[in-house]
Design a protein around this ligand. Structure first.
Ligand SMILES: [Fe+2]
Ligand SMILES: [Fe+2]
Length: 246
């Protein structure tokens, strides 16, 4: 099964139409396209219209999570609605099953949030603001875990986790360590391992690196466009392992 993915395209009206050329013919190279959030610059409906037209009618299912930038204007429900109207499935703490020619693909998707990594993360003590930060980070991971567990009830051949925030530190290498608690969350990695995923893709870390692995051995790919430097990357996935990564 060929899973294409990209994140952090940060589209806006001034670049309308420019990404489409890179997406033409994607159905020859991939079975599905995952969008790993930060699809807009400031989360406005005007920017979402550009995203919707760019990713509509590609000939493969398109599944997205939103990113922090897509929340910036407080219009994330409208942003999601515009994408859905264009045929894009938007996940926020939910699972989706796609019956593809290559098999049954289960996707658990959530934006996620920061928090940090084991031993160097936000905590549940102190000011209400710090507790809210930690709570949001924890809840995103819990939502992902639930979504992935739910896929087991349905039965899938391949299971993929789609997040905006990073589940491991490895794909953040290149980003200043001081900001890692704002880029990722180790609880997402734990949810991915507990869920028995075959692949995890995320964005958000523009200066990170593409390839990493969870503690449990799940392949993690940072598909932020500044990292993959392409319209999308394609990962070939079997039920047990990633065979080829590009
Ligand atoms: Fe971004
Ligand atoms: Fe982001």
């Amino acid at each position: 099964m060929r899973v294409a993915a990209v994140g952090d395209v940060h589209l806006a009206p001034d670049v309308a139409g420019r990404h489409r050329a890179g997406l033409v013919g994607i159905a020859e190279h991939a079975d599905v396209l995952l969008l790993a959030g930060d699809l807009t610059r400031h989360g406005t409906p005007e920017e979402a219209v550009v995203v919707a037209s760019e990713y509509a009618d590609l000939g493969v299912p398109v599944v997205a999570v939103l990113g922090d930038h897509d929340y910036h204007s407080g219009a994330e429900p409208k942003v999601a609605d515009l994408l859905v109207e264009a045929g894009v499935t938007v996940l926020e703490g939910e699972g989706l099953v796609l019956d593809l020619p290559a098999g049954r693909l289960g996707i658990g998707g959530v934006k996620g949030f920061g928090l940090g990594f084991a031993g160097r993360c936000g905590s549940d003590v102190g000011e209400p603001e710090m507790r809210a930060f930690s709570r949001h980070g924890r809840e995103g991971a819990e939502q992902l875990a639930r979504a992935l567990r739910g896929l087991d009830d349905v039965g899938v051949d391949v299971k993929v986790a789609l997040t905006h925030y990073a589940p491991v530190e490895e794909t953040l290498l290149g980003e200043p360590p001081e900001i890692w608690p704002f880029l990722g969350n180790y609880l997402l990695g734990e949810a991915i391992d507990a869920g028995g995923c075959d692949l995890a893709v995320h964005g958000h870390a523009h200066a990170g690196r593409e390839k990493g692995t969870t503690l449990g051995g799940v392949r993690v790919r940072n598909v932020a466009q500044p990292v993959i430097r392409a319209a999308y990357a394609v990962y070939e996935v079997s039920a047990t392992r990633v065979l080829v990564g590009t």
